[in-house]
Design a protein around this ligand. Structure first.
Ligand code: T46
Length: 148
């Protein structure tokens, strides 16, 4: 599965710290309409996510600490370790994703292509597989996976 990494520029001021930035259409491949943060996770063994989005595109960054991102396109799965504030990963639409193995004080930032809309979420894995199979069939591609 091809992973699209977003490597933000770093301006290094040495002892004065580093500065990174992102710009719509340059670093981020969509117009940013929403930014949200996940932080203060007390129970580090929990998992978050477990859904896909029908249309939303997102780039996820780990601003502090580290965690593991899992991506699943219905055919292949990939685990990505995120621990650098300038290294993002594109979570495209129709990708099942979850987050796990959080370190203490982890801070996750996500930039998203649209406003929050619960109707854009697919929160059931079997529905996700049916959804992408239907989409692929409509495009003449044979379904990627059958349900058990
Ligand atoms: C995603 C992963 C990476 C809002 O009201 N507005 C928002 O912008 C967001 C992101 C969430 N919410 C509400 C919806 C739920 O009642 O906050 C609650 C927790 O959301 P959720 O259970 O979806 O949280 P995660 O961490 O499982 O997923 C979040 C994003 O929702 C999701 O889009 O891709 O982070």
């Amino acid at each position: 599965m091809e992973i699209e990494y977003i490597n933000l520029p770093i301006i290094d001021f040495e002892e004065k710290g580093k500065l990174s930035f992102m710009e719509t259409g340059k670093d981020i491949p969509f117009e940013i309409k929403r930014i949200y943060y996940i932080y203060d996770i007390e129970e580090l063994n929990i998992k978050r996510g477990y859904h896909a989005h029908k249309t939303l595109k997102q780039v996820i960054f780990c601003l502090n600490g580290n965690f593991t991102l899992e991506l699943d396109n219905g055919l292949e799965k990939e685990e990505i370790f995120l621990d650098k504030p300038n290294k993002g990963v594109l979570i495209d639409s129709n990708i099942w994703h979850n987050m796990k193995n959080f370190s203490k004080n982890v801070v996750i930032m996500v930039v998203a292509s649209d406003y929050y809309d619960e109707n854009d979420y697919i929160r059931n894995y079997n529905e996700f597989i049916e959804y992408i199979n239907k989409k692929n069939n409509a495009r003449g591609i044979v379904g990627v996976k059958t349900l058990d």
